[in-house]
Design a protein around this ligand. Structure first.
Ligand code: NAD
Length: 240
């Protein structure tokens, strides 16, 4: 129970990586506010002790700002914030519409800014806390993912800025770049593309959501007290 008595916020917690993160932090003893737009949220987290479902659309900037501050006010603290929610709307650049660009940037970058800004306000005043943001291997660019790659590169810069600005208040901020993880997002890809992604790993398999959640738990816990401003690849060796 390494996070006993702590308050956490996990976005995108209704499914996939976010749900696995919520489960890990709840099992570690945190009270986990699980934020997701999906109507399946309450059902998804009902078995997790200490999980509080908060159905909300993170692209509503004012509501999202309030939501983070309300949680901190009600619990009297905020210890861990994990930005997981994300979407894809893939198209090659020459065909990408303004709507596809705007939709992906709104969830994957602007909403992360809104949550992170509110979190930084609280963590500065409180004197510490942890931010973990899920970027992606695609932050270095990926065919058909110009919008997604731009957003995922953006959150790296945003989160490493948070690490610099929070440091003297005792807070940390780190980024995780998952490789190919078996979730609804990747199961929507054509099977041959999925196999090609697995072939890029040196462990010869897709990642499980819990492979990412374990690293989030580490970054949120005491073992990572002196770890900040890191970009951690969790992808079975796809970078080597
Ligand atoms: P997923 O589709 O299973 O889960 C994403 C969750 O985000 C969903 O529950 C969805 O409802 C929620 N969400 C989407 N828009 C939202 C909004 N406006 N407000 C609130 N919640 C919203 O996807 P996943 O594979 O678990 O991905 C989680 C994160 O990990 C994403 O940021 C994704 O980009 C990133 N990622 C995934 C992989 C992978 O291989 N699956 C690889 C690298 C990075």
């Amino acid at each position: 129970m390494t996070l006993h008595g702590q308050t956490a916020i996990v976005t995108g917690a209704a499914a996939g990586i976010g749900l696995a993160v919520a489960a890990r932090l709840a099992a570690a003893g945190a009270r986990v506010h699980c934020v997701d737009v999906s109507p399946a949220l309450a059902d998804a987290v009902k078995e997790l002790s200490g999980a509080v479902p908060v159905q909300a659309d993170l692209t509503d900037r004012a509501a999202t700002h309030r939501l983070v501050h309300d949680i901190a006010e009600r619990d009297g603290r905020l210890d861990v914030v994990v930005n997981v929610a994300g979407i894809t709307q893939d198209a090659f650049l020459h065909k990408m519409t303004d709507e596809q660009w705007d939709a992906v940037l709104a969830v994957n970058l602007t909403a992360v800014f809104t949550v992170t800004r509110a979190a930084v306000q609280i963590l500065r005043a409180q004197g510490g806390g942890r931010i973990v943001t899920i970027s992606s291997a695609s932050w270095l660019g990926n065919l058909g993912q110009g919008n997604y790659a731009a957003a995922k590169a953006g959150v790296v810069g945003l989160t490493l800025t948070a690490a610099r600005e929070l440091g003297r208040f005792g807070g940390t901020a780190n980024v995780i770049c998952p490789g190919f993880i078996d979730t609804a997002m990747t199961r929507a890809m054509p099977p041959d593309l999925q196999q090609a992604q697995v072939a890029k790993t040196w462990l010869g398999r897709a990642g499980e959501p819990d492979d990412v959640a374990k690293v989030v738990e580490y970054l949120a816990g005491d073992g990572a007290a002196f770890v900040t401003g890191e970009v951690v690849n969790v992808g079975g060796g796809y970078r080597i």
